[in-house]
Design a protein around this ligand. Structure first.
Ligand code: MN
Length: 305
């Protein structure tokens, strides 16, 4: 058994997951990072040469630290590991997974996992250094949708992390060189081109199927005008959903009102936040049907507005 800890992100890690992993490594020191499955361009630029594993190692680690996920579907292989596990996350947790854990810091009210790790760093007096500060800023920035859904806690953490170099937030973030892959940009544009657009009681609902980047493309659809969007990838067995803030401010919750009832019916799992959520494990043969049911549920809710 190695003396090291293994820090694990969810698959297809976002900036928050990567920043959290790097920050936890800074705290622990003796640790490897595992990014399950593969690295995209954004991940490579955030990691900036930092070596990470993309497959589960054979050897046993002293501890596994899961960052930015608390449901095992987000990280295939995690349940097979025998090591002690702790979780740092800001998603509503999977109750069954909690029973497997030896400890956790889960705050679904937090805007990002990065700010939870920053809380720990401050507590322990760990100085991240300028490079990691910028990485952590990016983690908070992207998980709060470029600060649009940032609450006070996220902004305070961001301000504390900001280097004293007189640059503004957009300049700091651009220094990370985080630009989406061309394939992601194309997927976003294609989703806009192919979207099925429906209107119900003043709510515009857009849905589309793509081969990948369903989360980013669902976000793109709400950016260009949809109030609620659903984008699914049959291959990834996932449907991602987004809702604009005006509609969540009226009490709409994507997980509770749309995804959970559909997921339950078809034996999938749903998770996320009221304005940004996803359904995993969608059976490919039912893909179209499930996507349609999501749209129908959103319409039902819109009718009651
Ligand atoms: Mn996150």
């Amino acid at each position: 058994m190695t003396e090291k800890a293994l820090i694990v992100t969810h698959k297809i890690p976002d900036a928050d997951a990567l920043a959290s992993a790097l920050a936890v490594k800074k705290i622990i020191g003796k640790a490897d990072i595992l990014v399950p499955e593969s690295l995209n361009k954004m991940a490579r630029s955030m990691l900036d040469g930092e070596k990470v594993l993309t497959e589960w190692p054979e050897e046993e680690y002293k501890l596994i630290v899961c960052v930015d996920f608390s449901s095992p579907e987000m990280c295939p292989g995690i349940l097979e590991r025998k090591e002690k596990k702790i979780v740092i996350d800001h998603h509503p947790p999977d109750r069954e997974f909690l029973k497997e854990l030896d400890g956790y810091l889960i705050d679904p009210g937090a805007g990002s996992t990065t700010e939870l790790v920053w809380r720990i760093m401050k507590e322990l007096g760990v100085e991240p250094g300028e490079k990691l500060r910028r990485v952590m800023m990016a983690g908070i920035y992207y998980d709060t949708v470029s600060l649009r859904v940032a609450r006070k806690e996220s902004l305070l953490a961001l301000a504390e992390l900001m280097p004293e170099d007189n640059k503004n937030i957009a300049e700091e973030i651009s220094m990370m060189g985080v630009e989406p892959d061309e394939s992601e940009k194309i997927a976003r544009l294609k989703a806009c081109q192919r979207a099925r657009i429906e209107r119900e009681n003043g709510v515009i609902i857009a849905s589309a199927a793509v081969s990948a980047f369903e989360g980013q493309t669902a976000a793109a659809l709400t950016q260009v005008g949809a109030d609620v969007s659903f984008v699914g990838s049959k291959k990834n067995k996932r449907i991602s959903a987004r809702a604009r803030p005006w509609i969540t401010a009226k009490g709409f919750d994507l997980v509770e009102h749309v995804l959970e009832p559909v997921a339950e019916k078809h034996g999938c799992t749903a998770g996320g936040h009221k304005g940004a959520a996803a359904m995993q494990g969608v059976p490919p043969e039912k893909f179209k049907e499930v996507l349609l049911e999501c749209v129908e549920n959103a319409k039902k809710w819109a009718k009651r507005l």
